[in-house]
Write a protein that binds this ligand. Sequence first.
Ligand code: GRF
Length: 204
Amino acid sequence: MIWFVRVLPLYTKRMVLGILGSGSGSNMQAILDAIGAGTLDARIALVLSDNPDAFILERARNHGIATAVIDCRGFKTKFPEEAQQETADALKAAGVDLVCLAGFLRLVKRPLLDAFPNRILNIHPALLPAFPGLEAWKQALEAGVSETGCSVHYVDEGMDTGPVILQEAVPVLADDTAESLHARIQVVEHRLYPEAVKLAARSL
Ligand code: GRF
């Protein structure tokens, strides 16, 4: 008689992602493309934005993904505590395992961080710890460095300070403008973010 031994778990849960973005959402699109290509076993359950006009919301709706706008109570840059709690509640209600910040322009703090400990990732357009903060590609250009890059990292209470999961260098060319440098960094971002999500998912 032949005995078959089951070596795989009986049930492997597909990872559920929640995305927060303020802008175009090309990194979310890269994650969707990786899911579509079968290289990332996940689904995006909810996309939230602090900007009702952000293209990321339209992209999500075009893919049949639920969206909502975060009410930041009229604050231009602050992410008020009530709004962070509402964001955490919405992500939990959608069954989200891992939160991906994709061009989200507000600083995540408590209580959102506490709701997803070590489960919030961010993509940053520089080789952290170099050039944290806004428009990092412009900072690199102004500093005259010969290379910059991008990093995917866990989010902690600081500004772009959490542990790095993956990063990759991008050369700065002599004739680079802020736009051309950012565009080349984004090409790398789109490959790196789905890979980093996969790595983070393995340690959940
Ligand atoms: C990316 O360059 C990312 O590194 C930064 O914001 C930009 C978002 O671009 N945090 P997109 O909205 O994903 O196109």
